[in-house]
Design a protein around this ligand. Structure first.
Ligand code: RB5
Length: 149
């Protein structure tokens, strides 16, 4: 699988660990920054990663900030992005199976390396189930004011 990865300053310390983990498992990884832990704004890196994923069909993203909240909220403002804030292998697996998530998000201040490895494993090894979930996922792009009651 191909992954684009980005963080803010509060997720930066985990970035090299996650990149190495993905590469060890045979995945391709593109590092979209930042290149140090100077303070940055998570929406900038959420957008960078979202645009890369949207422009590269079949690719996925990983976004990390302090809690995972801000960076996932920002990424989800991009139509076509389904950024899932996950906390364990179960949520990571369900984000693929039911939500067809294309970006995995988590918080550096929330989860440890063991949980991260299990989330990445679950995310990579679970496919979208389609069927009734496709109808729901397709409705997400219609979730704008005035489009769905
Ligand atoms: C940065 O201090 C922190 O607010 C950010 O990384 C993230 O947790 C926001 O949701």
């Amino acid at each position: 699988m191909k992954f684009y990865i980005a963080t803010d300053h509060a997720g930066y310390a985990l970035k090299s660990y996650v990149i190495e983990l993905l590469q060890t498992k045979g995945h391709e990884v593109v590092d979209l920054g930042p290149s140090n832990d100077n303070r940055v704004d998570y929406p900038d890196f959420a957008n960078k990663c979202s645009h890369a994923v949207l422009g590269d069909k079949g690719s996925f993203g990983i976004l990390i900030c302090g809690t995972g909240i801000g960076i996932s909220v920002a990424a989800n403002k991009n139509r076509g992005i389904r950024a899932a804030l996950c906390h364990d292998a179960y949520t990571a697996s369900m984000s693929r199976a039911h939500n067809d998530a294309n970006i995995l998000c988590f918080g550096e201040r929330v989860v440890g390396k063991g949980v991260i490895e299990s989330m990445i494993e679950a995310f990579c090894n679970t496919s979208f189930e389609g069927g009734r979930h496709s109808d729901r996922v397709n409705k997400i792009d219609g979730c704008q004011i005035g489009k769905i009651d």
